[in-house]
Write a protein that binds this ligand. Structure first.
Ligand code: GRG
Length: 327
């Protein structure tokens, strides 16, 4: 176990991910490819090593995922467009300063076409809907500067109906509260300037109850801790200005204990196999906790704060005060 974040090892872990194209696992995860590139690039940006992956190659790959029939991005070339991969494509292109490659009017119509009469969004034309896709739509429209085209009242109305007695949010109306949904609902409300919908004290109490004795956070009561909840829980607490409601030192130690000291990367919990999903959300959690030497992450968009600031979209969220690099 290491008490430090092993940045060079994690950078080399992320660089090697694209090199294993002969592995079965690489092909079995093709439906997540654009998301995975977004996770890897964001983790590199937060660790200050954006240049570790080739910019041109990345932009070309993103553009090869364009689904011209639908007007959005699929997760992989020849895949149907989906809101999850469309948001990832937009995030990657913004971080690589290449948003001019996108046909913005077509993407905006694709996104808006997925809003349902209830206000929620479907992920694609096949119709599965929930608040994750609602968040993707709101975040993407905001990043494209086209939020004015959204029916905000209908969108907020759906989120409001997903709010439960414990202050948390479910993925659809009537569903159990989950901390992943706390992120998507609170972040969407933050973008829409409607944080008044949140019962802040009740929700933040519920979120702080997610911390277990070993310092890790779970997604809902009676479940196991998992490094990814470091981001889903902390982002919501950070937007609501209550990061202090959890024990930051214990959480940092838990995240650091899930690093693989040989291969790099972070796992869901100590001793498990690492992956890029847990690597980004571990590093993102550490950034919000003010871990020394990391770049500030915007908790609403899960992108570097400076990028969001430059687009004029950054609100007043603060990471915990950054500690000096030698602490
Ligand atoms: C731009 C950061 C970003 C996200 C895009 C897809 C999305 C929007 C947000 C996902 C939010 C979410 C629902 C996260 C939770 C993911 C997760 C680990 C779910 C596991 O659920 P269960 O029920 O696990 O399998 P538990 O831990 O409850 O047993």
């Amino acid at each position: 176990m290491s008490s430090k974040l092993l940045i060079p090892l994690h950078v080399s872990y992320i660089q090697k991910l694209g090199e294993s194209k002969d592995d079965l696992a690489y092909h079995l995860t093709s439906h997540l490819r654009l998301n995975a590139i977004y996770w890897g690039l964001t983790a590199l940006c937060v660790m200050g090593h954006q240049e570790a992956l080739d910019r041109e190659e990345m932009i070309e790959f993103v553009m090869s995922c364009w689904d011209d029939e639908a007007g959005g991005f699929g997760a992989h070339p020849e895949h149907d467009a989906h809101l999850l991969s469309t948001l990832s494509a937009i995030q990657i292109l913004i971080m690589q300063d290449a948003l001019d490659r996108v046909d913005v009017p077509r993407v905006v119509s694709f996104i808006l076409s997925l809003q349902q009469p209830s206000g929620v969004f479907a992920g694609d034309s096949f119709g599965e809907f929930d608040t994750r896709f609602l968040y993707c739509a709101v975040s993407a429209l905001s990043l494209l500067g086209r939020l004015d085209e959204l029916d905000k009242e209908k969108t907020v109305g759906y989120i409001e109906r997903c709010r439960n007695f414990d202050g948390g949010f479910g993925n659809v109306v009537g569903a159990e509260s989950h901390s992943g949904q706390a992120f998507v609902c609170v972040a969407a409300l933050a973008i829409l300037d409607r944080l008044d919908v949140v019962d802040t004290d009740t929700l933040c109490w519920w979120l702080s109850e997610r911390q277990l004795p070993n310092g890790g956070l779970n997604g809902r009561p009676e479940k196991l801790e998992d490094v990814c909840y470091s981001f889903w829980v902390l982002s919501a607490l950070s937007i609501l200005n209550k990061v202090e409601w959890i024990d930051a030192n214990k959480l940092s130690s838990f995240i650091l204990s899930a690093q693989d000291l040989e291969t790099g990367g972070i796992a869901d919990r100590p001793g498990d196999m690492v992956d890029v999903f847990h690597t980004i959300f571990g590093v993102a959690g550490l950034s919000i906790l003010g871990y020394p030497g990391l770049v500030d992450l915007d908790p609403v968009y899960c992108m570097p704060a400076a990028v969001i600031e430059a687009k004029g979209l950054r609100k007043g969220w603060k990471a915990l005060e950054r500690r000096p690099a030698d602490s």
